[in-house]
Design a protein around this ligand. Structure first.
Ligand SMILES: NC(=O)c1ccc[n+]([C@@H]2O[C@H](COP(=O)([O-])OP(=O)(O)OC[C@H]3O[C@@H](n4cnc5c(N)ncnc54)[C@H](O)[C@@H]3O)[C@@H](O)[C@H]2O)c1
Length: 266
């Protein structure tokens, strides 16, 4: 049993929430971090959240594990530092980290690169890349200081491995997450900390499939380019993250593992 921290854990049907529940089922206590701002405030934060951290905490506690809700914007170093400190004080040293918070969408870097406003482009990089780094930095520094190893799993995307029209900011950000992952794996390996990334394909979450990017851009035509012929579920991605954070994956670090139903190779 270990203590885990999962970012982006609030949103219903989201990968973060599914990951937090998966790790709890695997026997871990979980600090659940999210910006968790209401939908009305979305433009100011470049994110549509509307999630509810308290209900995921209640679900984890019902599974017999300990959990705490920590609210932070992953791109804000002070908020991240305070959130990681609160999680550690409540549950103990965090040795498993899932960096799931991220995304893109209308008003948040989505559109042709000749038209996307610079502020939105920067915000996508800030949340997806800087946020992943800040949370890893805060947690890994504590692991190193405590002399314990650990595991980090960052969520990149198939969009970090190939271009997608209208998703230029997002592709740039998710590609950066892959090399951030490799570099952290090199720097933290000697301290016994493994760092990997998972690259989902198209997952049926509110981000993509509730009138979001997926439907606006591709509609159902995207199904034709997925060898397994269906979108993935948040639980399937959570299972891959859970595996990368488990002892079964102890030989693996610095990898960007596709979990895309074959879509990444097409
Ligand atoms: N859904 C897909 O098809 C897909 C595919 C590949 C990669 N991904 C990636 O998986 C991750 C989760 O995606 P999802 O579909 O579950 O999205 P989602 O929108 O359902 O969940 C994202 C969560 O992150 C939180 N969040 C956003 N910005 C934040 C910030 N600045 N600080 C703290 N929390 C913040 C949101 O509140 C939300 O709870 C994202 O990184 C996304 O880019 C998703």
């Amino acid at each position: 049993m270990s203590v885990a921290l999962v970012t982006g854990a609030a949103r219903q049907r989201g990968i973060g929430r599914a990951t937090a529940l998966r790790l709890a089922r695997d026997g871990h206590d979980v600090a659940c971090l999210d910006i968790a701002r209401p939908y009305e405030e979305a433009p100011a934060h470049g994110v549509a959240s509307g999630g509810d951290l308290d209900s995921v905490v209640a679900e984890i506690e019902a599974l017999g594990r300990r959990a705490i809700a920590v609210r932070a914007d992953v791109s804000d170093e002070d908020e991240v530092t305070a959130a990681v400190a609160a999680g550690s004080e409540a549950l103990g040293t965090i040795t498993l980290v899932a960096n799931v918070a991220g995304g893109s969408g209308p008003g948040f870097g989505f559109g042709p690169l000749i038209a996307v406003p610079a502020a939105e482009f920067r915000r996508v990089l800030d949340v997806n890349v800087t946020g992943t780094w800040l949370v890893s930095k805060a947690c890994a520094a504590r692991m190193v200081a405590a002399g314990v190893g650990g595991r980090i799993c960052n969520v990149s995307s198939q969009a970090g491995k190939r271009g997608f029209p209208l998703l230029g900011a997002y592709c740039a950000a998710k590609a950066a997450v892959i090399l951030l992952t490799q570099t952290m794996a090199m720097e933290l390996g000697p301290s016994g900390i493994a760092v990997n990334a998972v690259c989902p394909g198209t997952v049926d979450t509110e981000l993509t499939n509730a009138g979001g990017i997926l439907q606006q851009t591709f509609g159902e035509s995207i199904l034709r380019e997925i060898p397994l012929g269906r979108f993935q579920t948040a639980e399937e991605i959570a299972a891959t993250i859970g595996w990368l954070l488990s002892d079964d994956a102890r030989a693996i670090t610095g990898e960007a593992v596709n979990a895309s139903a074959g879509q990444t190779m097409v």
